[in-house]
Design a protein around this ligand. Structure first.
Ligand code: CIR
Length: 250
C-alpha cells in the first residue's frame, strides 16, 4: 500500500504566496473542505494518509511537496526557494528522519519539490524562480539518478504544467515545454494550454486525481483507459498550487 504525507491547511492560508492574487481572496474554510476531500479521495484509492499539523507561521505549509524529494528510502529535505517558506521543512524532517535516509539541503542552494519530476531513472528538474543550479547539483549527489534540467517560464514550478502519474507516462500542457525533452519510450500526453493545471495529476494504480473542470484533459485520459476522479482544488490554485503539491508519496 502506498503512503502519502499531507499537511493541514493553516488558518493563515489566505496569506499564501500567489503570483497573481485573486481579487476574491482565498476562502480558508473552503480550502480546508477541499483538502479533506482530496485526502478522502486518496484513502478511497487505498492510500494510507498521514497528516502533519499545519503551522500558523507558514501560510504555504500545506504545499508539502516542496519541502522534500523522496525516492525510495532516500529523502532530500529541501531548502525552499521562497524565503517566507524556509522552516516549513523542519516538521517534515522530524516526521521522516527516523524511517528514511535523510539529507538536508544547506544554503545557499535552494530547490522546491514542485520542480522535480521523476520519470524512471531520471529526475527532470525545473530551473525556476525557486530552484537553481546548486539545488540541482545536490539532487545528483544524493540520488543515483540522472538529473536533466529544464527551463521553467511563465509558471511557478515544472510541475505547475506537468506530472508523471504512471511509470513511463508524462502529461504536459502545450506551450511550456518541448515534448521531445523526454526519451522516445516515454508516452507524452499533451493537454491544451488553457487546461494547464489539469496536467498536474496524482496517479494511484490505474486511476488519476484530476483538477475538476478540465473536460478536454479528462476525455483524453479516459480515451486511453485511465479512470479519472475529479477533485476541486480551486482555493489552492489561487495560490499557484495544484494536486501533487498537497502530498508527498513515501
Ligand atoms: C508558493 O508560492 O510557494 C505556494 N503558494 C504554492 C506552491 C505550490 N507548490 C507546488 O505546486 N509544488
Amino acid at each position: 500500500m502506498s503512503t502519502a504525507l499531507v499537511r493541514a491547511v493553516p488558518s493563515t492560508f489566505a496569506n499564501a504566496l500567489a503570483r497573481h492574487p485573486s481579487p476574491d481572496g482565498i476562502d480558508v474554510a473552503r480550502a480546508r473542505a477541499q483538502h479533506d476531500a482530496y485526502v478522502r479521495a486518496l484513502i478511497e484509492l487505498g492510500v494510507s494518509v498521514r497528516e502533519l499539523p499545519g503551522e500558523e507561521g507558514y501560510p504555504d505549509c500545506c504545499f508539502i511537496e516542496d519541502t522534500a524529494v523522496v525516492v525510495g528510502k532516500q529523502v532530500l529535505i529541501t531548502r525552499p526557494g521562497a524565503a517566507s517558506r524556509r522552516g516549513e521543512e523542519q516538521a517534515v524532517y522530524e516526521a521522516l528522519s527516523a524511517e528514511k535516509q535523510v539529507t538536508r539541503m544547506e544554503g545557499p542552494a535552494h530547490l522546491d519539490g514542485g520542480d522535480v519530476l521523476r520519470v524512471g531513472d531520471t529526475l527532470y528538474v525545473g530551473r525556476s524562480e525557486r530552484t537553481h543550479s546548486q539545488g540541482l547539483a545536490l539532487l545528483e549527489e544524493v540520488f543515483s539518478l540522472h538529473v536533466v534540467p529544464l527551463e521553467v517560464r511563465d509558471a511557478l514550478h515544472l510541475k505547475s504544467f506537468s506530472s508523471a502519474p504512471f511509470p513511463g507516462w508524462v502529461v504536459i500542457a502545450d506551450g511550456f515545454l518541448d515534448p521531445h525533452s523526454f526519451p522516445r519510450d516515454v508516452e507524452v500526453l499533451r493537454v491544451p494550454r488553457e487546461e494547464a493545471s489539469a496536467a498536474n495529476l496524482v496517479g494511484v494504480g490505474d486511476t488519476v486525481l484530476i483538477h475538476e473542470g478540465h473536460p478536454k484533459t479528462r476525455r483524453a485520459l479516459e480515451s486511453r483507459g485511465v479512470r479519472c476522479i475529479s477533485v476541486d482544488v480551486s482555493e489552492f490554485s489561487k495560490a499557484d498550487g495544484s494536486l501533487t503539491c498537497l502530498s508527498l508519496f513515501l
